[in-house]
Design a protein around this ligand. Structure first.
Ligand code: PLP
Length: 425
């Protein structure tokens, strides 16, 4: 590990949480240089919904390279992009009666968010954006400005103006409807909240602690957007691509966003980002928003292949089936270890075990890693153990990973008991 400490910036993070040198990976298992295997409940922060090195994808990528397929093409027309667009239209957009133009920004999630904010501001001619408490949208200037967590929002980093934060669904508990709260601010021309160009939201705030918006709340926010001529941006970068069951996380709520951002799993592990925009919003001048890596041809090849998963409902049904296993196991753990004070929340295959005691969740993650499970934390205080396995994980591996969590909780509690005894004796 010395070379990483010697040369890589202090900013490195996951290498600290998972301190080993990973060498290979397949499906839902990663392997380090010592040959130790780890079940992956992190899935590249939601980038590997279809698993590591999906064999169908790798075959197509090798084939593309061996035939001198285009790797880099700016935003030129290429065969790989043509195939992707055709398939995305026929498999995703058309069956859902969705009318969107597609923009390929730079290949990361934050590029898609920046693009969507810039577009909304341009079209509406207003600069304010409404974002929500605990939101996470990326860490470049514009995206960081709509991200809630103070850790990222140091005053020296960003221009904090032109964004108004409002409470997300459930922020004040179940008794307060925060969509009504928002409506009141917008209705009052002396509230100090400027009418925004757009409202940006995640239907499940994954990084923010696995906070799930109810379908009703989402519909209320959409109604506010329509009533006040505000664009609705759904950031589906982490919880799209089937993470909550259907391809888009907002499908069950029936809302119809003006702009949708996608990245992470859309490229099957290769960098790719997309902005879906209603045709009437497509007011860019040619070349007005460019970038060298718009549309990654290798990712197009991978993604085109992976869209096969969406030609029927099998993956959606598998997600619902595995959701039940995850939810029931976590609830069982919360009940079996009441001293944790844990609560369970989530949707589809993004779940959180919220443990209020400071540092407890982190200890579970560290213990789990020792036992061969990769799992990350979420929430402003890192107090949520976040379950984000690949959607294609085998049932047996899923259960094995959940067993490791149970053992890790028992380990942590035992350690605490021993410490307490040590202190009191
Ligand atoms: C909802 C959401 N939006 C945007 C981003 C930023 O994506 P990237 O890290 O690729 O810039 C993330 C990353 O975790 C995310 O979860």
């Amino acid at each position: 590990m010395r070379i990483f400490e010697q040369l890589e910036s202090q900013v490195r993070s996951y290498v600290r949480t998972f301190p080993t040198v990973f060498h290979s990976a397949l499906g839902s298992v990663m392997c380090d240089e010592q040959g130790k295997e780890y079940i992956d409940f992190f899935a590249g922060a939601g980038t590997l919904n279809y698993g590591h090195n999906n064999p169908r994808v790798n075959e197509k990528l090798i084939d593309h390279l061996q035939n001198n397929g285009i790797v880099h093409g700016l935003d030129k027309a290429t065969t790989a992009k043509k195939n992707f667009l055709q398939k995305f239209f026929s498999v995703i957009l058309e069956p859902r009666h969705m009318d969107y133009k597609i923009q390929f920004p730079g290949p990361t999630g934050t590029n898609a968010v920046e693009t969507s904010l810039k577009l909304a501001r341009m079209v509406k001619g207003r600069s304010n954006i409404i974002a929500f408490t605990n939101a996470f949208h990326g860490l470049t200037m514009g995206s960081m400005a709509v991200t809630g967590n103070a850790f990222y929002r140091d005053e020296a980093f960003i221009n904090r103006s032109n964004v108004t934060f409002m409470p997300f669904d459930g922020y004040f508990g179940d008794s307060v409807d925060t969509s009504e709260y928002l409506r009141k601010f917008l209705n009052d021309n002396s509230s100090g909240v400027d009418c925004p160009a757009a409202i940006i939201l995640e239907t499940v705030q994954a990084e923010g602690g696995v906070n799930v918006a109810s379908p009703e709340w989402l519909r209320n926010i959409e109604a506010i957007c329509r009533d006040f001529d505000i664009l609705l941006i759904v950031d589906d970068i982490q919880v799209g691509n089937g993470r909550t069951g259907r391809f888009f996380s907002f499908e069950d709520s029936g809302i119809n966003p003006d702009i949708v951002t996608l990245s992470k799993s859309i490229g099957g592990g290769l960098p790719l980002a997309m902005v879906l925009l209603k045709p009437e919003l497509d007011q860019w001048k040619p070349g007005e928003h460019t970038g060298t890596f718009r549309g990654n041809n290798l990712a197009f090849v991978a993604s085109t292949e992976l869209l096969d998963y969406w030609e029927n409902d099998n993956l959606t049904e598998a997600v619902y089936y595995k959701e039940k296993i995850i939810r029931e196991s976590l609830q069982k753990l919360a009940d079996a270890f009441p001293e944790m004070g844990a609560t369970v929340r989530g949707r589809g295959m993004v779940y959180g075990l919220h443990i209020p005691e400071k540092g407890f969740a982190q200890e579970i993650s560290a213990c789990a890693f020792e036992r061969g499970l990769i799992i990350e934390l979420a929430g402003a205080r890192d107090d949520v153990v976040k379950f984000l396995p690949p959607l294609v994980i085998e049932e047996e591996l899923l259960k094995k990973g959940l067993d490791i969590i149970e053992q890790s909780i028992a380990d942590v509690l035992e350690k605490k008991k021993l410490m307490l005894r040590g202190e009191t004796s």
